[in-house]
Design a binder for this molecule. Structure first.
Ligand SMILES: *Cc1c(COP(=O)(O)O)cnc(C)c1O
Length: 622
């Protein structure tokens, strides 16, 4: 039985297994292994973050395509627009690729802070929409006025009444002497009754941090009218929460928002023309069974249909539809490639046994050895139970001082070998016992990356990401695996889950390389990543395909070197440099030539990044 690591569930056709390797299903279909080796040969070691702009394009095309299709099918007269929420990924290699591949679509950006607004103003093509959400101070609002005056199509979404007061204040200041006053468009975020589901649901709902209640909406409407700004009210906005696993709550939210739109329009908001449905479109991260109960087609159809119904019932024009889906657009484009450094229980090997000559081993150890030698499918279960019993007895004997450390070591090795062999023999049975056994013999794979830096949502929320080896896929993996990262924090582990088992290959890292790919890491993980133990953003590279399907690597940005990391923490580098140097120069253990050599080495290390480079391996290391 080959293991496709759930690729058919989470892969969305983006990758394919070709013989031994997993390949990019695009252009000339290079394997991730050959791309990785190509980059490593240029001297970049440690984990690599590979970006694939063609997968950003694919997601944008899918999103726009689904809504264009739905609009045609329902003969919907409102338009469709989308913006990318920068909080999902603000890295320049990503944002610049996004703008480039979105081409003629007029795909815009959403900003939630001043820094993001500056990125949006600099990178959004004029005319494509910019939306601004989140808490805003006077300066942020003034920046939006500057954007509007520079020709940007920008909408400020108000989250509370006092923001509107500030907008009015800035409007008075900025437009006092203007011959033709220019203000950003204004959107109102509504506080929904309905809530989403799942671990990210809390950004919607009545107790949400954001949005205006009905009373506040009416109040805001009056304020705009009195200030003669009602013509700027353009958009109703809501956001139901991220990674919606079901579509039911969205339908409820659409009806709520649609009715508020229609009510305000009938009241006299003549330029109100858009509903912004926020983000929340889910990504299928599961390697075992699908977790999302809707398709993108159904999502688009539901949105268009709901809006059409309400517009018809209330006799108002069909609104333009905006989305701010971020996770859906960004997640697939990035793959983290991380080298395996070590397998922890490799010592449980037959060759490590230290059996004494016949007759000198404790009888139970001899018995374990015989069980191991005569284990078959038909007797595996029984022998295994015997072995576990013997182990209990032998450990007690050790505690009481009747057997020695070598006997105890033999016990551990033999029981481990018996469990391993039993698991293989009983593999076809999907029994609870098998799961328990797998759990027991799990192998700990030490992997050169930081979970805190590269998979923070796993650490914080238990979000699963698909993991698979990049090669050996023509061989059956036999080791139930847990993944250990290189931070010295025991939370830096992806434990083995018997209900969603990850099986990896039994490899000898001293003889061969073994790389894991962690997929769908392009949304949130990079920016939420933290420098626990001072491991920084991994080396990243952009993989582009030309018209012939040939790939090339561009935009390599190496992980920060040790001194840069310390500088970021505002250490005084001059002082650190001096202190290290003086210690060596004053050392009594070294002569002059040795001092020169040690200094040279030190400076080389300081220029390198903090991921592991050398390991016991004969391959020359990481
Ligand atoms: C976070 C956020 C989004 C993006 O949500 P995704 O789940 O990534 O699609 C969109 N709009 C608002 C207002 C947000 O806060």
């Amino acid at each position: 039985m080959k293991n496709d690591y759930g690729l058919s569930i989470w892969g969305d056709g983006n990758f394919l297994i070709d013989g031994e390797t997993v390949n990019v299903n695009h252009g000339l279909s290079p394997s991730l292994l050959e791309i990785t080796r190509h980059i490593r040969e240029q001297g970049y070691k440690g984990p690599l973050l590979l970006r694939f702009p063609h997968l950003i394009r694919k997601q944008i095309d899918t999103l726009f395509g689904a809504f264009e299709r739905a609009r045609r099918e329902f003969k919907y007269s409102g338009k469709f627009h989308a913006v990318f929420p920068l909080k999902v990924n603000q890295y320049p290699n990503f944002v610049e690729s996004l703008i480039e591949v979105s081409g003629r679509r007029r795909y815009g950006l959403e900003a939630g802070s001043k820094a993001e607004l500056i990125i949006a103003m600099a990178k959004t093509p004029l005319g494509a929409p910019i939306t601004v959400n989140g808490f805003k101070d006077k300066e942020m609002i003034a920046l939006a006025f500057i954007a509007a005056k520079s020709g940007h199509n920008i909408t400020l979404t108000i989250e509370g009444i006092n923001e509107l007061e500030t907008i009015i204040e800035v409007h008075r200041e900025c437009n006092r002497d203007a011959s033709a006053p220019i203000t950003p468009k204004i959107g109102m975020r509504i506080r929904l009754h309905s809530t989403g589901v799942g671990i990210w649901a809390k950004s919607g709902g009545y107790s949400s941090k954001f949005g205006l209640t009905s009373t506040e909406l009416l109040e805001a409407y009056e304020m705009l009218r009195q200030e003669d700004l009602i013509g700027s009210l353009a958009m109703i906005h809501f956001h139901i929460g991220s990674q919606m696993s079901e579509i039911g709550p969205l339908k409820k939210a659409l009806r709520e928002a649609g009715n508020i739109y229609a009510e305000l329009k009938r009241r006299g908001a003549e330029n109100l023309h858009a509903i912004n449905i926020g983000g929340g479109l889910a990504v299928e991260y599961s390697q075992h069974q699908p977790s999302r109960n809707y398709s993108i087609k159904e999502f688009a159809n539901d949105v268009v249909f709901a809006m059409q119904e309400i517009a018809r019932q209330k006799g108002v024009e069909e609104p333009d539809i905006f989305t701010e889906s971020g996770r859906f657009i960004a997640a697939p484009h990035a793959v983290l490639v991380a080298p395996v450094l070590e397998l922890f229980s490799q010592e449980y090997h037959e060759r490590s046994l230290r059996l004494k000559p016949e007759g000198q081993n404790p009888p139970l150890v001899q018995e374990l050895y015989d069980l191991y030698r005569s284990l078959k499918r038909t007797n595996a279960r029984e022998y295994l139970h015997d072995a576990l019993d013997h182990m209990e007895s032998l450990l007690t004997l050790f505690d009481l001082g009747y057997i020695d450390l070598e006997d105890r070591s033999n016990t551990e090795i033999l029981v481990n070998l018996i469990v391993k062999k039993t698991v293989t023999l009983l593999e076809r049975e999907n029994s609870d016992e098998l799961k328990r056994l797998q759990n027991r013999i799990q192998e700990k794979y030490l992997v050169n990356f930081s979970i805190f830096q590269s998979l923070p949502d796993f650490w914080g929320l238990g979000q699963h990401f698909p993991i698979m080896p990049l090669h050996r896929l023509d061989q059956r993996p036999s080791r139930p695996a847990s993944i250990w990262d290189i931070t010295c924090d025991s939370d830096g582990e992806i434990p083995f889950d018997p209900d969603a088992p990850l099986l990896l290959h039994d490899i000898d890292v001293e003889e061969e390389e073994y790389f894991l790919g962690i997929f769908l890491t392009g949304a949130y993980q990079e920016v939420l990543g933290m420098r626990h133990n001072l491991f920084t953003h991994p080396t990243e590279a952009v993989i582009e395909f030309d018209e012939e399907g040939e790939w090339s690597v561009t935009g390599i940005i190496e992980a920060q070197n040790l001194m840069d990391i310390l500088e970021d923490l505002d250490y005084d580098l001059g002082q650190i440099d001096k202190s290290l140097k003086t210690q060596i120069e004053d050392s009594e253990h070294l002569n002059e030539t040795e001092k020169q050599a040690v200094l040279g080495k030190l400076y080389l290390y300081l220029s390198e990044n903090s991921y592991l480079k050398t390991i016991q391996s004969r391959l020359g290391g990481e």
